[in-house]
Ligand binder design. Structure first.
Ligand SMILES: C[S@@+](CC[C@H](N)C(=O)[O-])C[C@H]1O[C@@H](n2cnc3c(N)ncnc32)[C@H](O)[C@@H]1O
Length: 359
């Protein structure tokens, strides 16, 4: 795969943060993510090859301003007409689609004086028509269309086969930053996906600090690698493939901290999913088993061996009920192993995270 562009363009990232979903909406969307089945790693690896995010492609196409404005008018009318239909399953309303259209045009074109009769583009105008049709008619997530997601102060590459990082998960990085001496510790991000949490932590580390970022999915690791390289964190973040603690056997009992946003959606909730999520995001990233707790319970148990004494953990859950279950378990059955166990709320006030320390 040719990722040469990633290094070359690193310094050109826009600084503005663009969160396509308000935290509360994103949060409820995430909680409703359904799983139909867990595809094998081999199946995931057959996803289409990645191309650079739209905003990083060269401006080698152009269109007349009037054709460009025709596209905009057509896209707006498609969004307006589709809005009410899409909201039925919790999908975007016309207002959000309008904002997505603006972002799409921002990513796809160079700003130019409105007196100039030519608009420079990163894809052909026909391609923009195709992409917007996919967005509205196939409910393809906006982030897969533009190939990136704004998360904290990062712009992360995403593509089909990897979970789009959610705004609420940003809190995990803040929780790590509160741990005394975290900057020089050995951390693990289990189920790293796009590498969002690992990159967020990696950027705060000082000399000696390191993150081991693992995932079962080869597509996720491929995307995580791109993000790690884009942010020049190869010396801080090591990617490893395997199931949960399997790739961490050589560091058993040595981790200063362990974080994870595992799949936690109960399999029974799958049928109610918003199309963008249920039809497009990887099931491997969503399905938490019968009650959504399969992976969380495995992570709790494994943490007792993986963490060193005094080591910190933070897990994201499906919200209040799951958090309470995990926190109760840690303070009863595993009280001799963990202490200072807390539930932490997300932006929407939902008890989304469970944190604590290894005795
Ligand atoms: C909810 S996603 C989180 C992704 C990323 N950490 C984030 O917050 O955006 C869960 C991740 O766990 C990975 N995963 C699922 N089963 C796994 C397993 N048995 N071992 C390791 N990773 C797994 C998925 O591939 C997916 O990337």
């Amino acid at each position: 795969m040719n990722w040469i562009w990633t290094v070359e363009m690193t310094l050109r990232f826009p600084l503005a943060i663009r969160s396509p979903l308000p935290p509360a909406l994103a949060s409820s969307l995430h909680r409703r993510l359904p799983i139909l089945s867990s595809p094998s790693a081999a199946a995931l690896s057959s996803s289409p090859p990645a191309s650079p995010p739209l905003f990083l492609r060269p401006l080698v196409f152009s269109a007349s301003r009037s054709d460009f404005l025709d596209f905009r008018r057509w896209a707006e009318s498609l969004a307006l007409a589709a809005g009410p239909r899409l909201t039925c399953d919790g999908g975007p309303d016309a207002g959000l689609l309008g904002r997505e259209l603006s972002w799409l045009l921002e990513d796809a074109s160079a700003s130019s004086d409105s007196s100039v009769d030519e608009v420079r583009l990163r894809v052909e105008l026909e391609e923009l028509y195709r992409l917007w049709r996919e967005r509205i008619e196939k409910r393809r997530p906006f982030q897969y269309i533009v190939g990136c997601e704004h998360w904290r102060d990062l712009i992360l590459v995403v593509k089909e086969g990897v979970l789009i990082p959610r705004p609420e998960t940003e809190v995990v990085v803040d929780l790590v930053a509160e741990v005394q001496g975290f900057e020089k510790g050995l951390w693990a991000d289990l189920g790293t996906g796009s590498g969002a949490i690992a990159v967020g932590i990696g950027r705060m580390l000082k000399e000696g600090g390191r993150v081991l970022a693992t995932d079962l999915s080869p597509v996720a690791l491929e995307v995580a690698r791109v993000n790690v390289e884009r942010y020049e964190l190869k010396d801080k973040i090591e990617l490893r493939q395997g199931s949960w603690f399997e790739p961490l056997q050589d560091v058993e009992g040595e981790l200063m901290g362990l974080v994870s946003n595992p799949p936690y959606i109960p399999s029974t909730n799958l049928s109610g999913l918003q199309a963008e999520v249920g039809q497009h995001e990887p099931k491997l990233a969503l399905d938490g088993g019968d009650d959504g707790m399969d992976h969380l319970l495995h992570l709790c148990e494994g943490s007792s061996l993986a963490l060193k004494s005094g080591g910190f953990f933070a897990f994201e859950t499906n919200g209040d009920k799951q958090s309470k279950f995990i926190a109760d378990l840690m303070t009863t059955r595993w009280r001799k192993v963990f202490h200072n166990v807390k539930m932490v709320s997300d932006f929407a006030g939902i008890k989304r995270f469970v944190t604590g320390f290894r005795r």
